[in-house]
Design a protein around this ligand. Structure first.
Ligand code: B12
Ligand code: SF4
Ligand code: SF4
Length: 314
C-alpha cells in the first residue's frame, strides 16, 4: 500500500474522467467551520432550507458520516462556456443561472465519481467509503479548499486562479490515506466588487451569505411565492443568479469547461417564446435531466413573469 502511488493514479484517473482538478485532504472534524455554520443557522440564514439544520454532527465531521474514513478526495468541473458568454451579452433577456443551462451536474458527477470510486477499489483492494455530489451533509467548498482546489471568495464561492469560480464540486470519502494537498491562499485582496454588485445585499459580510436574501434561494429553494419586497431586486433572474460571479475579475480569465453536457442547451439560450408562457409539458421536456426541474412549473412561470415586468420597467 503506497499512498503516493495511489494519489498519483487516482488524480490521473479523475482527470481522465473529465474532471478539471482533483485534490486530497485528511478526513477530520471541521472545528472552525462548525462554529461558523452554527452561527449561520442560529441567525436563521438558511430560511426554509431546514435540511441544512439536519445531521449537524455528520456535516462537520466526515468520520461520523463515513465511519472509519481517512481521506476526502474532491473533484471539480468547470461550466464556463463561450455559448454562455454570447448569450449573456444580449441585454433585456430573462436569465437562468449558467450552472443550470445544461444537464444537471448531480447526474454527471455521480456517474463519473462512481467510476473513480471503483477504480480506487480495484487499485487498492478492499476499501470502504462513499461518493457524494451535494447529496449528503458534506461541506463541499471547505473540503475542496483544504485540498488546494481554491480559496473562499468574499462572494462565498470557491475560486481558483485557473478556473475562477465557474466550477462545481463533488467528492469521495474513503478509508485509505493519500498524500494530502496544502490549502491555497486568498487572492481577493482589497476587491469588493461582488459585495457592491449584489442587488439584495445578501453578502452581509465578506465571505458570508444570507441565503434568505440571495436570488438563488428566492428563485430556486423557496417553495412559495417570494416576498413582494424582493420582486424588483431579482431583476431578470428566473432561476439562480450569477451577478456576484459575473463581476469577479478572476472569472474573466478562467479556463473553459470540458464536460460537454454542462454546455447550455440551445432550447434554453435560443428560446423564441417568452418563458412565462411555457406550458407544463414543455417545461418538463425542455428541462428534462436539468437542475431547473428542481423548481416547480408554477413557480418558474411566476418568476418569469416578475423578470419580464422588471425588464419592461428598465
Ligand atoms: C446551501 C447552499 C446554497 C444556499 C446558501 C449559499 C451559501 N453560500 O451558503 C443558496 C441557495 C443561496 C446557494 C446559492 C448558490 N450556490 Co449553493 N450550495 C449550498 C450548499 C448545499 C451548502 C453550502 C453551505 O454549507 N452553506 C452554509 C454556510 C454556513 O456555509 P458556507 O457558505 O460554506 O460558509 C463558509 C463561509 O461563510 C466561510 N466563512 C465564514 N466567515 C469567513 C471568514 C473568512 C475570513 C473566510 C476565509 C471564510 C469565512 O466559512 C463557512 C464555513 O466553511 C452547497 C453544497 C454543499 N453540500 O456544500 C452548494 C454550493 C455551495 N452552491 C454552489 C453554487 C454553484 C451556487 C450558486 C452559484 C448557484 C447560482 N448560480 O444560483 C449560488 C451562489 C450564491 C453565493 N454567493 O454563495 C456550489 C459552489 C461551487 C463553488 N465554486 O464554490 C456548491 C458547492 C454546490 C456544488 N457541489 O458544487 N447555495
Ligand atoms: S447569487 Fe446574486 S443574490 Fe446571491 S449573493 Fe450573489 S449576487 Fe447576491
Ligand atoms: S469579486 Fe473580488 S472580492 Fe469578490 S470573490 Fe471576486 S476577487 Fe473576491
Amino acid at each position: 500500500m503506497d499512498p503516493l502511488v495511489h494519489t498519483i493514479k487516482v488524480r490521473e484517473k479523475a482527470l481522465e474522467l473529465g474532471f478539471d482538478m482533483c485534490g486530497f485532504a485528511r478526513a477530520e472534524p471541521l472545528d472552525r467551520e462548525a462554529f461558523r455554520l452554527e452561527e449561520w443557522l442560529n441567525q436563521n440564514r438558511q430560511g426554509s432550507m431546514s435540511w441544512m439544520e439536519n445531521n449537524f454532527e455528520k456535516r462537520v465531521d466526515p468520520t461520523k458520516l463515513v465511519p472509519g474514513s481517512k481521506s476526502v478526495v474532491s473533484v471539480i468541473a468547470s461550466y464556463r462556456f463561450e455559448e454562455n458568454e454570447r448569450h449573456d451579452q444580449q441585454t433585456n433577456q430573462p436569465k437562468i443561472a449558467k450552472y443550470a443551462r445544461g444537464r444537471d451536474y448531480h447526474k454527471l458527477f455521480k456517474n463519473r465519481l462512481k467510476k473513480l470510486f471503483f477504480y480506487t477499489k480495484d487499485l487498492v483492494g478492499d476499501i470502504d467509503g462513499h461518493f457524494f455530489v451535494d447529496s449528503a451533509p458534506v461541506m463541499d467548498k471547505e473540503w475542496a479548499r483544504r485540498s488546494g482546489l481554491g480559496w473562499t471568495g468574499k462572494n462565498g464561492n470557491l475560486l481558483k486562479k485557473k478556473f475562477g469560480s465557474w466550477f462545481l464540486i463533488g467528492e469521495m470519502i474513503v478509508d485509505i490515506p493519500f498524500v494530502y494537498d496544502a490549502p491555497q491562499t486568498d487572492h481577493c485582496g482589497s476587491c469588493t466588487k461582488c459585495i457592491d454588485a449584489c442587488p439584495t445585499d445578501a453578502i452581509y459580510e465578506p465571505y458570508r451569505i444570507d441565503a434568505t436574501r440571495c436570488i438563488s434561494y428566492l428563485t430556486i429553494e423557496l417553495k412559495e411565492k417570494m416576498d413582494q419586497k424582493y420582486e424588483s431586486a431579482i431583476g431578470e433572474w428566473i432561476f439562480g443568479c450569477d451577478i456576484c460571479q459575473d463581476v469577479c475579475p478572476w472569472n474573466r480569465k478562467a479556463n473553459y469547461g470540458r464536460f460537454d453536457d454542462l454546455k447550455p442547451r440551445d432550447e434554453v439560450i435560443h428560446r423564441k417564446t417568452e418563458w412565462q408562457e411555457i406550458a407544463e409539458d414543455e417545461f418538463h421536456n425542455v428541462f428534462e435531466g436539468s437542475a431547473v426541474r428542481r423548481a416547480s412549473w408554477p413557480l418558474f412561470k411566476h418568476n418569469a413573469e416578475i423578470a419580464k415586468k422588471n425588464i419592461e420597467n428598465l
